[in-house]
Design a protein around this ligand. Sequence first.
Ligand SMILES: Cc1cc2nc3c(=O)[nH]c(=O)nc-3n(C[C@H](O)[C@H](O)[C@H](O)COP(=O)(O)OP(=O)(O)OC[C@H]3O[C@@H](n4cnc5c(N)ncnc54)[C@H](O)[C@@H]3O)c2cc1C
Length: 819
Amino acid sequence: MTQLPTSARVVIIGGGVSGCSVAYHLAKLGWTDIVLLERKQLTCGTTWHAAGLIGQLRPSQNLTRLAKYSTELYGQLEAETGVSTGFRETGSITVALTEHRKEEILRQAGLARVFGVEVEELSPTEVLQRYPHLNIDGVTAGVYLPHDGQSDPSNVALSLAKGARNRGAKIVEGVKVTEVTKAGGRVTGVSWQQGEEQGHIAADMVVNCAGMWARELGKMSGVNVPLHACEHFYIVTEGIDGLKPQPVLRVPDECAYYKEDAGKILLGAFEPKAKPWGMNGISEDFCFDQLPEDFDHFEPILEAAVNRLPMLAEAGIHTFFNGPESFTPDDRYYLGEAPELGGYWVAAGYNSIGIVSSGGAGMALAQWMNDGEPPFDLWDVDIRRTQPFQGNRHYLQERVSESLGWLFADHYPFRQPVTARGIRRSPLHEHLKAKGAVFGETAGWERANWFANEGQERDYKYDWAGQNWFENRAAEHMAIREGVGMLDMSSFGKIRVEGRDACAFLQKMCGAQMDVPEGKIVYTQMLNQRGGIECDLTVTRLSETAYFLVVPAATVQRDLAWLRRHVGDQFVVITDVTTSEAVLPLMGPKARDVLMACSPNDFSNAHHPFGMAREIEIGMGIARAHRVTYVGELGWEIYISTDMAAHVWETLVEAGADHGLKLCGLHAMDTLRLEKAFRHYGHDITDEDHVLEAGLGFAVKTDLPGKEDFLGREAVLRKRETGLERRLMQFKLEDPSAHLHHNEPLVRDGKIVGFLTSGGYGHALGGAMGLGYVPCAYEREPAAEMKAARYEIEIAGRRYAAQASLAPMYDPKSERTKA
Ligand SMILES: Cc1cc2nc3c(=O)[nH]c(=O)nc-3n(C[C@H](O)[C@H](O)[C@H](O)COP(=O)(O)OP(=O)(O)OC[C@H]3O[C@@H](n4cnc5c(N)ncnc54)[C@H](O)[C@@H]3O)c2cc1C
């Protein structure tokens, strides 16, 4: 029987590739007292049976950075640990079978270059030269990544485990964690069981690396880890005579990938409708288990594969493999500290890319645990993006049956999930639906993204250029620019911060002056110690002791966690009131006329200036009108208690009829804000982006009374002294026929210098627009010089001339908002 310690600095739960990587990287940072507990044997969950593909290119810069790190690590690990990871740099080829997919992979190739991943675009004949066994019928293009490869998944984990042990980590098999103990909102350790024996290890931190068990394990401690297992399939052929080493091949249009290994072909699938597994939990005995074959399910993939790789027709099938892997509602894994419980960390939910991801994810998580903040922006995979409802098993089963296939699906802009919809609805949902709303989903909310005309199909027709709703959005956009439009933004996150210390607390959390008169609305950011932006929000002072915070729908859990983490023993109560009020932004030059038609209140500049909130009577109800805008026009956001939301909406629609009021969707809001260069959290601004480089210095007040020690102040002062290293700039393409979506390479004077953080179409300015960071060419390069440079944006390999600006191209002095 293994002697387990009674205390440790950290206990890692789970000995798959994820847990082994976290242990390795913490040990590498010099942590001692690391214990990893595995209920059965290392790798016995999902890790042992992975296909072992190691592809570096991911949808964002930082996820690519992590996958690239893994690739390099697995190439070197044997030299350090003596255990080979089996990594072979075979390169990889992805082929497109449609024009749309061609556009996608060529866009990806551009992105690879921005992210420093070597890539080559291939014509169909060049594809054939690199992969002679392929039937290139219907192939429209290919891309080749020479440094991608493949590995032996178990050995990757075992090599990491060896490296961790060499540096002092204690890794123990056959010990199950039965409970994560807690007190005072923090983890205190774990209870364990080994055969008949039970015990407890006191620990400051735990890391849930329990793969498909992570949800159940989290639930025991009140931590939400929304994931669910699905059956995941591949076959391996018998040896094929004369088959030489081949690059990994992906044919996403046929949901298939191919890996040559020892003269055999492994053919794996990412089918569009997957089979959730383990609906009623996972057997206690699970250890190196396989699931039953399902040939009918795999057959369509095999059929297409035999056509694509004709040599398969002759090859016998050696193995039909079906194993479980965990999938998440958005096809992205979970990393970070759980918002529900201090010291409870998570690295799980890898959606079938856990081998390639775990190296980098373990490194990033270890750094995060060590420093208390992530080494760079990890919002894409941050556990704080989850919503409480997403832990629902029924929801998960529905959604993962779709999300498994997303890795190989067309990644069209604006693509919406089709399963597990309609769970969170605005009180106006049915009203909007009756008027032609076409909904999209964010954080489980159904949001009206655009409005169909009478007789128009209420569905997305995806494309890389303007989609079927382009003209609808243009009309909504122009209604707000020239007349008046109304949105439904009830999904906004809303947080009340109240109590004797509310003002002092927010002074410390926010960059702006928060000690303002009642009714004042302040646009501000919460910063971290590096001056990075943790939250972008408006704060309204409701009374001497109460503030109302409005944050993006997707970030509310993160923002609550950030606030709660810093509240300490201050006399402050923080409450999520998101669902207590609906929000109707009424925007456009005629917004005042509409309000005056249905409210007796005074909406003049003298009585209700920009940046103020006032209680108003409207119809026969009451509401709070906030004079702010995210679209750059005169307007009010009307906050209404949900019970009166429908009444107020009906009142506004009726009053608006005489003024041409148009119902508008979120897509129009996005293009409107792009013309104004208003930043969007998660895209243009993240915790990695310094507030001054993001161009938001105007909102940060370091010199005012009360602003002597807010979080991030030092970093702001430092940056003012050392100067900016880059600037967020706005771009507009000269060719009005092109379309931008974000992530397009940004070219300065002929050289790629970055990428667009957001993109869209400026319907009033007449061209595609985007925002993106441009690094200074030299220290303290003046803004004017940066603006004067020659810019182009690259779209699927073609470069388009772009105008650049530091001030918003639309209404640079914001005169329209104050009209
Ligand atoms: C068919 C298939 C093909 C794949 N191909 C690839 C690929 O080509 N490339 C790639 O990158 N990824 C691939 N994957 C995905 C990859 O295998 C997984 O993402 C990865 O192995 C997940 O690792 P993990 O450590 O999170 O989970 P696991 O390996 O499942 O590890 C979790 C561990 O936690 C242990 N545990 C659970 N509860 C407790 C407890 N209470 N106490 C102690 N221990 C506990 C379990 O026993 C288990 O060993 C594939 C997966 C499948 C199924």
